[in-house]
Write a protein that binds this ligand. Structure first.
Ligand code: E4P
Length: 215
């Protein structure tokens, strides 16, 4: 499973990128809005740091405007993947963009049937929102498992991104199930890196070495 960061914050992205395990970035309008910079500038800045797919989402809701926006976003950098919500207009946009060779990430996926339609329409990626499903007292991971199984049976090449990740358990379950990618917020990546026994081990090795050297 590849690791993406779900963030539009340049400092967070830089810090994680320097650790060498990052393969891509996903953003959404909420995340970009927090940055108080122009939408396109944020996407360009991210593309200058990470050499991998960078998802940038359309803001409009109708086919013609989504197409217009998608072409502009795709023109910002060759690594931009256009994020399109799964709805009737969105699926039509995904299909048209696939025909033009523009990569798409079908987002706001809350059912396996939505994921299947998006994949059949030509989406390069689908993003089931597992955390938001947990938020309404269902099991987001079960949705991910269903999509993985359906795509495997249909030999569907669309990449599955476990999205709306809330904690390290979501990441572990996603990788065990066989998701292609997990897009993880900065704070959850930090939670994964930290382990109290690693910290205690580092401190103990230092203590033992210094005690030996000072004797
Ligand atoms: C994924 O691409 C989305 O940006 C994201 O994971 C949404 O997560 P949230 O439910 O924490 O907003």
């Amino acid at each position: 499973m590849l690791i993406f960061i779900d963030s539009a914050n340049i400092e967070e992205i830089k810090e994680i990128h320097e650790m060498g395990f990052l393969s891509g970035v996903t953003t959404n309008p909420t995340l970009v809005a927090k940055e108080k910079k122009g939408y396109h500038q944020v996407i360009r800045d991210i593309c200058a740091i990470v050499d991998g797919p960078v998802s940038a989402e359309v803001l409009s809701g109708d086919y013609c405007s989504m197409m217009e926006e998608a072409k502009i976003l795709a023109g910002l950098h060759p690594n931009v993947v256009v994020k399109i919500p799964v709805c009737s207009e969105g699926l039509k946009t995904v299909a048209k963009l696939a025909g033009l060779g523009i990569k798409t990430n079908a987002t706001l996926v809350f059912s396996a049937n939505q994921a299947l339609l998006a994949a059949r329409a030509g989406a390069s990626y689908v993003s089931p929102f597992i955390g938001r499903i947990d938020d309404v007292s269902h099991e987001g991971i079960n949705l991910l498992a269903d999509i993985i199984s359906i795509f495997q049976q249909g030999k569907i090449k669309t990449q599955i991104i476990s999205a709306s990740v809330r904690h390290p358990g979501h990441v572990l379950a996603s990788s065990k199930l066989g998701a292609h990618i997990s897009t993880i917020p900065f704070n959850v990546i930090k939670q994964i890196i930290f382990h109290p026994q690693t910290e205690e081990g580092i401190a103990r090795f230092k203590r033992d070495w210094e005690a030996a050297v000072n004797n």
